[in-house]
Ligand binder design. Structure first.
Ligand code: SF4
Length: 350
């Protein structure tokens, strides 16, 4: 069992971002952290979670570093007996709010992995994206994270946006690699409706060549891809999603998956605060789950169990193995070019 905790607060709204977060409700932090603890207690009981059963926790958002570390105390105290002894506990942070105090406080609560939303070290590109920090602040946050004792650090980078040049991307990746992080996530900019960039579609420069350039440059830096956008020592939490493990989804706008059902706690913060156990439930049929498993398995090192495919799909997969497009190893099917994942999945499903 995995656990995702959503923190829906941000200092400001980045121009590309469609995630569920508020920039004007920071005064609700205290009430919110009490509400997530109430939902946690309810979910642990409702789903019969055993002590020691939670293998990974991911605190994401929004921006978790907008909430002071001590406000997480009661949540982690409630969660603590349910954590496996070697649980991976990741917290996301933004460079401008990942202060030494916050980082030390989260370490003290048990966080052992940090995911820092850097996006770029280039000040012009950061301004263009509407980020609340500059390159220097990102480097300071990295240093502070090491000093606070985070051995496992991941950085996020964005590419394929208007200010990008091959040189800029190479410089960003070089700086990220020099900082000695064990993990990088590199995401292509996409234009989402409801964002500032929705009215400036020219902000995105879709280009498969630069996606490959990014991937190859990171690889040369010896962080191997384990999913189309992720490189280095795998995040166990993400691997768990792709392997189809169950997860609790705690917080306004989170998503959970238990017992072949997805559940969506109410997203509007005031409604969530009024009743954090309110949720919408989506039952997933076997076919939808199978399709998702194929798609996620082929875009990552997780691969696909052929026994989970229908006989027609198995036959299509066999053709791909014969053509050398999929690899069969220890009874599982693997794709070694994640950029082809969509194409291969569609072929199997056709
Ligand atoms: S900090 Fe992250 S969640 Fe908040 S607006 Fe920017 S990209 Fe979105």
């Amino acid at each position: 069992m995995l656990l995702y905790l959503h923190i829906p607060f941000c200092d400001s709204k980045c121009h590309y971002c469609a995630f569920h977060s508020y920039t004007d409700r920071i005064d609700r932090r205290g009430a919110y952290m009490e509400a997530v603890r109430r939902q946690l207690l309810w979910d642990l009981e409702r789903f019969g979670v055993d002590e020691g059963e939670i293998e990974t926790v991911f605190v994401g958002g929004g921006t978790p570093s907008t909430v002071e570390a001590e406000r997480y105390g009661a949540f982690f105290e409630t969660l603590s007996p349910f954590l496996a002894p070697d649980a991976e506990i990741t917290v996301e942070a933004n460079p401008n709010s990942a202060t030494p105090e916050w980082l030390r406080g989260m370490r003290a609560l048990g966080a052992n992995r940090l995911s820092l939303g850097v996006q770029s070290f280039d000040d012009g590109k950061l301004r263009y994206l509407g980020r609340a920090h500059d390159g220097q602040t990102a480097l300071h946050a990295l240093e502070a994270a090491r000093e606070a004792g985070f051995g496992r650090i991941s950085l996020d980078l964005i590419y394929n946006c208007a200010p990008d040049t091959p040189e800029l991307l190479e410089r960003d990746i070089a700086l990220a690699l020099q900082s000695g992080v064990e993990h990088l996530s590199a995401y292509e900019l996409t234009i989402e409706s409801g964002t500032t960039f929705a009215s400036r579609p020219e902000a995105a420069k879709p280009d498969e060549k630069s996606a490959r350039l990014v991937s190859e440059t990171i690889r040369r830096g010896e962080l191997e891809p384990y999913e189309v956008s992720n490189f280095g020592t795998p995040c166990r939490h993400n691997l768990g999603y792709w392997e189809g493990k169950e997860y609790l989804g705690i917080g306004a706008g989170a998503v959970g998956f238990v017992g072949k059902q997805r559940y969506y706690p109410v997203a509007a913060i005031e409604h969530y605060l009024a009743d954090p156990t309110r949720r919408r439930i989506e039952a997933l049929d076997a076919e939808a789950l199978r399709t998702e498993r194929i798609f996620l398995g082929l875009r990552s090192i997780v691969g696909v169990d052929p026994n989970a495919l229908s006989s027609k799909q198995r036959e299509r997969a066999r053709i791909l193995v014969d053509e050398g497009k999929l690899i069969k190893r220890d009874g599982r099917l693997y794709n070694d070019d994640f950029f082809l994942a969509d194409e291969l999945t569609l072929f199997i499903l056709s």
